[in-house]
Design a protein around this ligand. Structure first.
Ligand SMILES: C[S@@+](CC[C@H](N)C(=O)[O-])C[C@H]1O[C@@H](n2cnc3c(N)ncnc32)[C@H](O)[C@@H]1O
Length: 308
C-alpha cells in the first residue's frame, strides 16, 4: 500500500512546532501522502486545512485518506508557488513545507527519480509539465549541463560528465536512468565511488531543474510569510543544503533588526522585525528515526513566527 511506503519525516516535531489551534487555518504546501496533513486535520475540528501538491497520484490517495478524518479541507493540484494566488486575502495560522519527493515517487521506477532503478528519464512531479530529465539530458548544451550539475548538484566532475553525455547522445538519444548512471559512473574516479553513489548529485541537479524547485521554493516561502496571522508559523523541512540555505537566509533576514536602527538604545516598536526565529538551530531527526527511516537522515526543520 502507498501509505506504508512513505514514512513522514519529523512528524511529531513538525506538528508540535506548528502550535496548532483548534479553530485555525493551516496550509500543508506539500501534501504527499497526507502523513502530516492527517495529524493537522485531526487537531483542527473547528478550523480548516488547505493542501497543495503537484502530483495528482498523491492527491488522489490523500483525498480519500483525509476524508476519513473530516471534511474541513480543500486540496489544490498545483505548485506551492501559487499559494498566494489561491489564498487571495485569507490569512492563515501555520504553513508546513516538507520538501522534495515522497518515497512513493522515488520508489516508482516509472517516474525516473531513482538512480537505483531502471526507468524513463522523467523526474516530473507534475506529469502534465513539458520538460523531463530526458529533454534536459538530450538538448541542453554541455555548458548548460555543467552549470546545473555544479549549481544544483555541487558535482565536482560536472564538466567531464557533461562532455561524456554529449559524446554518447551524438550516437543515440539517452533515454533511461540506468543509461545515464552508466555514463556518470565512467566519469567517476574509483576511490570516490566508495562513499557515495556517483549518480546521486547529478540526479539531484536534474530533479531540481526539471521541477524548478529552488525558484518555486523562494517564491513560496516569501509569499507564505505574508500570509501569516500574528502568532502564525512557517515550518520547513529541507533535505539538502541548497534548500536549507534558501530557508535559513530568508528566515534570518526577516528576523533581523534594520541596520540603520540596530545600535539605538530604544528602537521604536514599528521598526522592530515582524518575525522571530523559533529555532535558532535546525531541529534534526533522532537516531531512532534515522534507524527506522534512512531517508530522514538529511532532514532539517526550521521554524519562524510572525510576532506583530
Ligand atoms: C516529502 S513529500 C511530502 C510528504 C508528506 N508530508 C507526508 O507526510 O505524506 C513532498 C511532496 O511535495 C510535493 N511537491 C514538491 N514540490 C512541490 C511544489 N513546488 N508544489 C507542490 N507540491 C510539491 C511532491 O510531489 C511530494 O508529494
Amino acid at each position: 500500500m502507498m501509505e506504508e511506503k512513505h514514512k513522514s519525516v519529523l512528524l511529531k516535531e513538525a506538528i508540535e512546532y506548528l502550535n496548532i489551534k483548534e479553530d485555525g487555518i493551516y496550509i500543508d504546501a506539500t501534501l504527499g501522502f497526507a502523513g502530516h496533513a492527517s495529524e493537522i486535520l485531526k487537531r483542527i475540528k473547528k478550523g480548516y486545512l488547505l493542501a497543495f501538491d503537484k502530483d495528482i497520484e498523491a492527491i488522489n490517495y490523500s483525498r480519500i485518506k483525509l476524508a476519513k478524518i473530516d471534511d474541513n479541507f480543500e486540496i489544490y493540484n498545483t505548485s506551492y508557488k501559487n499559494i498566494k494566488e489561491k489564498l487571495g486575502n485569507k490569512k492563515v495560522d501555520g504553513i508546513l513545507f516538507d520538501l522534495g519527493v515522497s518515497s512513493v515517487e522515488i520508489d516508482d521506477e516509472k517516474r525516473g527519480f531513482s538512480y537505483m532503478k531502471n526507468g524513463p528519464l522523467d523526474m516530473r512531479m507534475d506529469k502534465s509539465s513539458k520538460i523531463t530529465a530526458k529533454t534536459i539530458i538530450n538538448t541542453y548544451t554541455p555548458d548548460e549541463l555543467t552549470r546545473i550539475f555544479r549549481e544544483y548538484g555541487e558535482e565536482k566532475h560536472a564538466l567531464k560528465i557533461a562532455l561524456e553525455i554529449e559524446k554518447v547522445r551524438k550516437e543515440k538519444e539517452i533515454e533511461t536512468t540506468i543509461e545515464l548512471v552508466e555514463i556518470i559512473d565512467r566519469c567517476y574516479p574509483y576511490k570516490e565511488k566508495r562513499n557515495t553513489h556517483p549518480a546521486k548529485k547529478v540526479f539531484q541537479a536534474l530533479r531540481i531543474e526539471v521541477n524548478n524547485e529552488l525558484e518555486e521554493l523562494e517564491t513560496a516561502l516569501k509569499d507564505s510569510l505574508e500570509l501569516l496571522n500574528v502568532g502564525g508559523r512557517v515550518v520547513v523541512i529541507t533535505f539538502h543544503s541548497l534548500e536549507d540555505r534558501i530557508c535559513k537566509k530568508m528566515f534570518k533576514e526577516k528576523c533581523e533588526i534594520d541596520k540603520v536602527v540596530k545600535g539605538l538604545p530604544n528602537i521604536p516598536k514599528d521598526l522592530l522585525p515582524d518575525f522571530k526565529l523559533v529555532t535558532t538551530k535546525p531541529i534534526l531527526p533522532t537516531d531512532e528515526e534515522i534507524k527506522q527511516n534512512k531517508r530522514s537522515k538529511s532532514a532539517k526543520l526550521r521554524v519562524i513566527e510572525k510576532i506583530k
